[in-house]
Ligand binder design. Structure first.
Ligand SMILES: [Zn+2]
Ligand SMILES: [Zn+2]
Length: 153
């Protein structure tokens, strides 16, 4: 591996940026200013990335619902739960998970939830109302979710 100060010029001479002169590769090897690029940074970035995604996985595993303690049954029809549905899905999926704004749904209700705008709206409003009652202000909700589901006129 080469020293970070070692640059090869167009004419193939080696230049040391630290000493600002043309050098021989031998001089470089014994140089006391020799410094290597920290390859470790790439590895650390990779590790951080892994850690971040496993944090998300952890969050998902530890999911709770602020609307029910029974995560085994569909909150709508009482059948066996198939999925924990994020009330604010899409761009706010992770926010929904973070604030436990999720509901257990059976397969059929989950299918319906993702196509039925009225159902979605109902739970969006319920979710935001929960936030405003127990978590923070409307202003803070909008800051986090970038939406306001409770439209007043
Ligand atoms: Zn159901
Ligand atoms: Zn869903």
């Amino acid at each position: 591996m080469n020293c970070i100060y070692l640059k090869q010029k167009i004419n193939h001479n080696l230049e040391c940026k630290k000493q600002n002169k043309i050098i021989n590769i031998k001089d470089c090897n014994s140089c006391k200013f020799k410094e290597y690029k920290k390859q470790i940074t790439v590895l650390n970035q990779y590790r951080k990335k892994i850690k971040k995604s496993s944090n998300v996985a952890n969050l998902e595993r530890k999911r709770k619902s602020v609307f029910t303690d029974d995560l085994e049954h569909c909150i709508l029809c009482g059948s066996k739960k198939d999925n924990l549905h994020e009330i604010f899905f899409g761009k706010n999926r992770l926010n929904s998970i973070k604030y436990n704004l999720v509901i257990p749904l059976c397969f059929n209700c989950h299918q319906e939830m993702h196509i039925n705008k009225e159902w979605q709206e109902f739970w969006h409003i319920k979710g935001q109302l929960y936030w405003e009652r127990f978590i923070g202000s409307r202003f803070e909700f909008i800051k986090v979710f970038r939406e306001n589901y409770i439209l007043t006129n």
